[in-house]
Design a protein around this ligand. Sequence first.
Ligand code: SF4
Length: 360
Amino acid sequence: MNLFDNFKDPQLCKTLLARIHAELDGELRFMEVCGTHTVSIFRSGVRSLLSEKVVHLSGPGCPVCVTHDSEVAAFLELAGKNAIITTFGDLMRVPGPDKKTLKSVQAEGARVKVVYSPFDALKIAQDNPNDKVVFLGVGFETTAPAIAATVKVAREQGISNFSVLCFHKLVPPALDALVGDPELQVQAFLLPGHVSAIIGVEPYRFLAGKHGLPAVVAGFEPVDILQALYMFVTMRNEGKIEVVNAYTRVVSDEGNPKAMSVMNEIFSPCDALWRGIGLIPGSGLEIRDEFAGYDAMRVFDMQLHDVPEIKGCRCGDVLKGKMSPDKCPLFGKACTPASPVGPCMVSTEGSCAAYYKYRI
Ligand code: SF4
C-alpha cells in the first residue's frame, strides 16, 4: 500500500459520504476552481455519488479555458511574425478568430513547437541564435514561477532572443470578482491545491472575511474531496465561516516563498482579460520594465485587439458556473473532444471535456 491508497480508501469514502448526507441541512452549492479537481471529481465517481442536495459547480480553474479570445488571437498573430513559437501542448487546438488554431497555422508553415517546460523553450533559443523564440505564458500561480525563473536564467546567461508572451492569471482576484456576481449562488469554495502550494492560504482569507463564504484547500484524491465537503457541512452546522488548509501534506499556510520571490522579481500584477468574465483588475501578471526585453508584447510591438467570440460557444457561462456543459446546444453534437468548438472542450482540464468523457 502506498501513501495515496489511504486517500482512495473506499470504506473511508463511504463513511464520509454517509456523514455528508446525514448531517447536511439544506443544499450545499460548492465551486471548485481547479481543472485537476474538475477531472478528479468526475473520474473518481465522487460526483455521481453525491446527493442532489450537493451541487457541484466548476469555476474558472482551467488555465487554457480562461485564456481570452483576444489573447488567443495574439498567439496567432505572433505565429505570423516569423518567430519560433513555443507552447505547452494544451494550447495547440484552442480556436481563435476564423477557427484558426496554433495547430492549423503550424500546418500552414508557422514555426510552432510544443515543449514540456519553459526551459526547453530557452534551449531552443540557445540553439537558434538567429531566430526570435517566444514562449506562450499561460497559466495560474502554479506555472508562473517556472516561467519567471526561465526569464531570470535567460538574463543571467545573456540569451537575448528569448521572450515570453505573458498572459498569466491570478486566482484570488478572479474569485473576488466571481462572488461579486449576484447571479452566482456559491456557498463554499473548494480551493486549488496546486495554486495554494505556491501562494499559501492567506490570499483567500477575504472569502470568509469579506464575503462570508467558507473555503477549503483540498488535495485531489476522493478522500481529500469528500473530507473538504464534510468540512463545509460541519462548519455550517457549527456556525463557522473559515478558510481552512486541509491539504497540509503539500500546502503550507505561507506557500512557497522562493517561488513567490522569483515570480515577484520578474512579474508585477496587472489587469487581465478572462474568457466569459472580462477584465478583472489586478488579476494578471505582466513582465516588469526591468525585463522588458523578455516581454514579447514589447519586443514585437503588439497590442490586444477586440475579436468576436466563438459563435454559439457558451464557455463563458460554463466557466462562471452558470451553466453545466450539457446545457450548451453544441455539447456532444457540433462540439466534441475530437472536434472541439471552444476551449472548455479542448483542454483535458476543461469542464466540457470532463463532462463529455465521464458523463456520456
Ligand atoms: Fe463551448 Fe463546446 Fe463547451 Fe459548448 S460544449 S460551451 S461549444 S466548449
